[in-house]
Design a protein around this ligand. Structure first.
Ligand SMILES: [Zn+2]
Length: 177
């Protein structure tokens, strides 16, 4: 769990993230959560990329096994269930709105970008539109902030407590050399 300000990412971390994403990592300003083995699971991205593109998704799930597990939840219709739950549960709605505000505070501490003011991620504050963004938020800030991200993480077959990195992440072997 790491919240802003972030330590500058290590070149090795950026290399791993690029492998995870299958493309060069852009605008990464820190590693917000890691697997047990040290591999990045959530990257923090600048609110504005170098080419000027506004980027609302401060916390981005980069880990392939985590991403796949969350995609599976989405494919199983979990987003509709969460939206129903939000509709029914006033307390959950309030917690979810607080998560949205917290997300914006974290991002705005790194810079305010007018195009994305008030826009967080994952459908917050009133809808559930992307579980990847919500799980990334939960992994970055820890349990108890994002109630939907927390629930999704509990339901997912992937957990940050068990390494499922396989051979895609060279972090440890490179560190040993
Ligand atoms: Zn791992």
């Amino acid at each position: 769990m790491v919240r802003p300000p972030f330590d500058e990412p290590d070149p090795k971390d950026l290399e791993v993230v690029s492998i995870q994403l299958g493309r060069p990592a852009r605008g990464v300003i820190g590693i917000a959560a890691r697997c047990r083995c040290g591999a990045p699971t959530v990257v923090a991205t600048a609110p504005q990329l170098e080419d000027g593109t506004p980027f609302p998704t401060l916390y981005y799930l980069s880990h392939p096994a985590a991403t796949a597990a969350v995609s599976q939840l989405e494919a199983n219709g979990q987003m509709a269930s969460f939206n129903d739950l939000l509709f029914q549960d006033e307390r959950l709605r309030l917690e979810y709105r607080n998560a949205h505000e917290s997300y914006l505070r974290d991002r705005e501490s790194l810079g305010v970008v007018h195009e994305i003011e008030g826009i967080s991620a994952g459908g917050m504050p009133t809808r559930v539109k992307c579980l990847h963004a919500l799980v990334a938020h939960s992994l970055a800030v820890g349990a108890g902030i994002n109630p939907i991200g927390d629930r999704a993480l509990e339901l997912a077959t992937w957990s940050p407590d068990e390494c499922a990195c396989q051979l895609t992440e060279p972090t440890q072997s490179q560190a040993d050399r």
